[in-house]
Write a protein that binds this ligand. Structure first.
Ligand SMILES: Nc1ncnc2c1ncn2[C@@H]1O[C@H](COP(=O)(O)OP(=O)(O)O)[C@@H](O)[C@H]1O
Ligand SMILES: [Mg+2]
Length: 276
């Protein structure tokens, strides 16, 4: 009798354990190739990025990391290979279409509008609104006013998320370099990006802001976004990445958990300049 009850209890416990949800791959590329003249910048690269995870791309200068971002965002076309966004091929689409689909990129040289205010920078990043079409603003002015108020509220929320609310009315050029990177991230969020490709987000940023940046990155991936990070700082990779791809000479040379990849003697030799 007693043993039956134990069994029932065990079964109840087992059925209440929810199995891990299978990973959702949002963005992947298959056998991607890009040559610049005689240079094989990307040489048959296959990799995939999961929703709710931070994936770091590491590797020596010239490994092809930035070129890979150019390919993923449609800024340049691959010579061959496929890029899939939620299972559909997107290689060959123009960059604005790729951005509208939800793939956003933080550039190595932060690109913001220096003369607009911090809030305006976020406002102009959001998708096109009804009020921006002339006929709607003529015939439905009240709708337009309401939409504008809503957009401002939403833009303020994004600023709050990256900790820049108190700077909303300052010109963007008054921000420090690190704050400008945070602003660029707020712009990606306002644009509705659910895949965030960040090219060296911590480079040139002071340690205090790096901490905030990493909290934001963790927060965004925790909320289900796909974050891909090109990063040179090993501590940042160990701190924030779920997965690491190591690229060398245009190829994926290693993949795995950060601890595993970064302790590989070959990776350490090539990437960290340490003797293998
Ligand atoms: N527009 C280009 N024209 C010619 N060569 C390029 C161009 N962009 C990148 N390369 C070359 O491709 C290789 C990969 O560069 P890149 O993707 O910038 O590497 P990483 O970002 O890993 O440092 C390098 O050899 C670089 O010189
Ligand atoms: Mg680069």
């Amino acid at each position: 009798m007693r043993s039956t009850r134990r069994l029932e209890e065990m079964e109840a416990t087992a059925s209440s354990v929810v199995p891990d949800a299978p990973p959702v791959v949002t963005l992947e590329c298959v056998d991607l190739v890009k040559n610049f003249g005689g240079v094989r910048a990307v040489d048959g690269v296959s990799l995939s990025f999961e929703a709710g995870k931070v994936t770091a791309l590491v590797g020596p200068n010239g490994a092809g990391k930035t070129t890979l971002f150019h390919l993923l965002t449609g800024s340049i076309k691959p010579d061959s290979g496929a890029i899939l966004y939620r299972g559909s091929p997107i290689q060959g689409l123009p960059p604005w279409t790729v951005a509208q689909m939800g793939i956003g990129r933080l550039f190595q040289d932060v690109r913001i509008f220096p003369n607009l205010t911090v809030l305006e920078n976020v406002l102009v990043a959001r998708p096109i609104q009804r009020g921006e079409r002339a006929l709607v603003s003529l015939f439905a002015p009240r709708v337009v006013v309401k939409e504008e108020a809503d957009s401002t509220d939403r833009a303020s929320e994004w600023l709050d998320r990256v900790g820049l609310s108190e700077h909303a009315d300052q010109p963007a050029q008054a921000l420090s370099y690190g704050q400008q990177k945070l602003l660029a991230i707020a712009r990606l969020l306002a644009a509705g990006s659910d895949v965030l490709l960040l090219d060296e987000p911590t480079a040139g940023v002071n340690p205090m802001l790096i901490k905030r940046l990493l909290t934001i990155i963790r927060d965004l991936s925790g909320g289900g976004r796909t974050v891909v990070l090109i990063e040179h700082n090993v501590n940042v990779v160990l701190d924030v990445a779920d997965w690491v791809y190591f690229l060398d000479e245009g190829q994926v040379a290693a993949f795995g958990l950060p601890q595993e990849v970064l302790s590989d003697p070959v990776v350490r030799g090539l990437y960290l300049g340490l003797r293998a």
